[in-house]
Each structure stands twice: as structure tokens, then as C-alpha cells.
Design a protein around this ligand. Structure first.
Ligand code: SF4
Length: 430
């Protein structure tokens, strides 16, 4: 057992889980390889939040079958939200998979490898923070979710809410900063519920205040929030701490109260809009993003139009829109027929996308000629790329090595989805 490959699909939490498993495998002496065919250990980290993601996992599992047969002893593991409490069904469907792991439960694979390699993995595997993190890094701070929205499979797969203690998160972020990280995104399915399950119940604001003083850390972000937990204290922390980016992701999911009630989102459209106004009043210029589901069971055109109204009124900086798909095991799957046609869902998605493109083209045009601060996190087609504090993607050319810099960039071209610029003080090419 010398090499491993991890294939990941899904949310940032899955990316963070894969990074942590990679650290554990490296502690066992395995090396990462780019292609599964070169790996002794192949892990698929799965997502079942939408049917399209599950289909991709099933397709990739099929591709792994000949690969598994081609090398004796090769280990194939399935991890993530496709794996529930019971794995009998999965074992029957995918007999070529050696082991199944629920999210963040790396034990079954490590036990198997320990056995094959003749070592006690618990003695080898230490802190799971990535060994070679990128400039921007994810840190899970709360796992699971207690809310049980009717459409969502996550509580059934990731379990109840469990927060990591403040001092443990602080130690991990300090370590990441020593390893070159400049920006940390604190992750949770409901990150603003952080701490409710801990002794003394610290909240996300306490965690942000504890992390902000870390020397060398340039920026902090957090996602995803639930409107019900977004407190005045958290908003105040974002407003007052310079390192905390003025960007809040706060899913609305639907703009109609009846649909929200059937989704069991626990807020009304008015309560959501009041919260948005409160955030904007406390953090002038804040960038806001949201998640929307179109075609929830029973959602009429008129009800969907109320979602469009909210998107038009709020002018979000990003809208992640998705078509509803039934997730077996959820409350909606048991009680609500998926009765909005695929064509209608596709129409609604396209309309929202067009509206959002118009809004962003107009908003971003206001940045033309202005300098923005960009945390440079990589190269793309020969240009540097990074994000502003408000999470806008910016590309610029510079001969110098800018990786990890907070670069001032003057915006020379804008579009709905990204911005282009030149280092501030350097003339734009004609
Ligand atoms: S808040 Fe709702 S949508 Fe978000 S993870 Fe929990 S159950 Fe799923």
C-alpha cells in the first residue's frame, strides 16, 4: 500500500473531509497520485444532495469495477453522504467496494489498511489538518444538523449537530497559518448554530473573536448560515472584525410562505427580508449570497414568482439555484409527490439565471476603474486569480509571484461572473 487517490463530489464539507482523510493516509505513509489507475487505495467521497450528484457517484463506481479487478489487493472505499446507517443495500449493489464510511468516519478504511499493512493506525495518525494546504482552507467547526428541512437528506447522513470546542479550532487554524494558509472558511451545515451543543454554549461570534487575533491570518469566512440562527451578535462580529469578510451566505430556498412552511424552514418571507435589511444596516456594502430550490412539490408558478421577487428585491451577489429532486428517506419523499415537471423546473432555473446575470452585470459594472483588495489563491490560464472580501472572483496579470498576497487590483473589465484588472498603479494594456 503506497499510493492513494481521493475523488470528491459535493459541498465544501466534503472537500474538507477528503483533505482530512488525505492527511490520515499520508500519516500512514501513502502518497497521493492524480489518477485512480495509479493508486493502491481509491476513495470516492460521495454526495446525494441531488439526484444528478448521486448519478455521478454511481457512474464513477461503475468505472471503478474494472480498475479494482485489474490490480490484486487494490482497496476501493466509498465515503460520504451516500453511506447511511445501514450498508447492506450498498454492499449488494456494489460488491466490488471493500469498505463504506459515513461522513467523517474514517475508521473503517484505516482499520482495513492497518490490518493489511500490519500496523496500529491509531498510533500513526495525528492531527488531521492538511499537511500542504492551499492559501485558502476550509475548517469544519460544526458537523451535522438538527433541523430536518423536509427536502434535505443531510441530517440522515451527517447526524445531529456536534460543534468542535473553540480552543481546538483555534489550535487548528494556528497550525494552518504556520503552514501558509491566509484565509480560513469555517464550515457547517448551519454554521451560525455553532456552539449550542457545547458546554457554556459559545456562539459563532465568540469563535470569530477568538480566531481574529491570530497573526498571519488575513481573512475569515463562514458558511452556510440558517436565517433562524443569524443573531445580532454574529452580525456585530462581522461588522466589527476587520479580518472577517463582509460576505454572508444565507439561504432563503423559497420566497413563498406556504412553500417555506412545507419545506419546514422555520421563517417567513418577511422575517427573512427583515433579517437581510438588518444585516445591510449593520454592515454597509455587505455582499449577500443565497440558495434557492425551484419546483418544490406543489410549488405553483405564482409561488415561484415570489422567489423571483425576492431575488429582484434583494439583488444578491450570488444565487445558487437548484431544481428540486426527491431524496429517498426525506419527509418530502414520503409525503409530497414530485409534481412539478422537469421542463417547468428547467424554465424556472433559466429565468432565475438570466435575472441574476442582469443584476450582477449591473452591480459589478459599478466596480469598473476602482481598486479592490484580492487575496491571490492561484493561477488560471496564465493569469493570477483570487477573491475580494466580498467574494468576487478577480483575474489579473502580473509577472511577479503573487500567490498568497493581498494584492490591490484596479478593475478594468467587468462581467456578471468575474472581474478582470491590473495591479493598482500599473496602466491597463491598450
Ligand atoms: S438546515 Fe435544512 S437544508 Fe440545511 S442541512 Fe439542515 S436540514 Fe438540510
Amino acid at each position: 500500500m503506497n499510493t492513494y487517490h481521493i475523488w470528491t463530489i459535493g459541498c465544501q464539507m466534503n472537500v474538507a473531509d477528503s483533505q482530512r482523510l488525505a492527511t490520515a493516509l499520508e500519516h500512514l505513509g501513502l502518497q497521493a497520485v492524480d489518477k485512480p489507475r495509479d493508486a493502491d487505495v481509491v476513495v470516492l467521497n460521495s454526495c446525494v444532495v441531488r439526484q444528478s450528484a448521486e448519478d455521478k457517484v454511481v457512474g464513477t463506481l461503475g468505472l471503478m469495477k474494472p480498475l479494482k479487478q485489474a490490480r490484486e489487493g487494490r482497496v476501493l472505499a466509498l465515503m460520504g453522504c451516500m453511506v447511511g446507517h445501514k450498508t447492506d443495500d450498498l454492499r449488494a449493489r456494489f460488491p466490488h467496494v471493500d469498505t463504506f464510511m459515513r461522513p467523517q468516519q474514517y475508521g473503517p478504511l484505516l482499520d482495513l489498511l492497518g490490518e493489511r499493512m500490519g500496523l496500529d493506525w491509531e498510533g500513526c495518525v495525528g492531527n488531521l489538518a492538511p499537511e500542504r494546504p492551499s492559501v485558502t482552507s476550509y475548517v469544519p467547526v460544526i458537523h451535522g444538523c438538527d433541523l430536518m428541512c423536509t427536502f434535505c437528506i443531510i441530517p440522515y447522513r451527517r447526524g445531529r449537530q456536534v460543534s468542535r470546542p473553540v480552543d481546538e479550532v483555534v489550535r487548528e487554524v494556528e497550525l494552518l497559518v504556520q503552514r501558509g494558509v491566509r484565509e480560513v472558511t469555517l464550515l457547517g451545515q448551519t454554521v451560525d448554530a455553532y456552539g449550542q451543543d457545547l458546554p457554556d454554549a459559545p456562539d459563532l461570534a465568540d469563535l470569530l473573536y477568538a480566531l481574529a487575533p491570530i497573526d498571519g491570518l488575513a481573512r475569515l469566512r463562514f458558511l452556510t448560515s440558517h436565517p433562524m440562527f443569524m443573531s445580532a451578535r454574529i452580525i456585530e462580529a462581522v461588522a466589527s472584525l476587520d479580518k472577517v469578510c463582509d460576505h454572508v451566505n444565507i439561504p432563503i430556498q423559497a420566497g413563498d410562505d406556504e412553500v417555506l412552511a412545507r419545506m419546514r424552514r422555520r421563517y417567513t418571507r418577511k422575517e427573512y427580508l427583515d433579517l437581510i435589511h438588518g444585516i445591510r444596516a449593520a454592515i454597509p456594502g455587505v455582499s449577500l449570497s443565497t440558495d434557492v430550490i425551484v419546483g418544490f412539490p406543489g410549488e405553483t408558478r405564482e409561488q415561484y414568482a415570489r422567489t423571483v421577487d425576492v431575488v429582484r428585491e434583494v439583488e444578491f451577489d450570488k444565487v445558487h439555484a437548484a431544481a428540486y429532486s426527491t431524496r429517498p428517506g426525506t419527509i418530502a419523499a414520503r409525503r409530497m409527490p414530485d409534481d412539478v415537471s422537469a421542463e417547468e423546473k428547467s424554465y424556472r432555473l433559466k429565468e432565475l439565471d438570466r435575472l441574476q446575470a442582469e443584476i450582477l452585470a449591473r452591480k459589478n459594472a459599478g466596480l469598473l476603474g476602482r481598486p479592490v483588495e484580492v487575496l491571490v489563491d492561484g493561477r488560471n490560464k496564465g493569469r493570477w486569480q483570487g477573491r475580494t472580501k466580498s467574494d468576487k472572483l478577480v483575474f489579473f496579470e502580473d509577472e511577479r509571484d503573487r500567490l498568497g498576497d493581498l494584492a490591490m487590483v484596479e478593475i478594468t473589465k467587468t462581467g456578471p461572473w468575474s472581474l478582470q484588472g491590473v495591479p493598482a498603479g500599473v496602466a491597463a494594456p491598450v
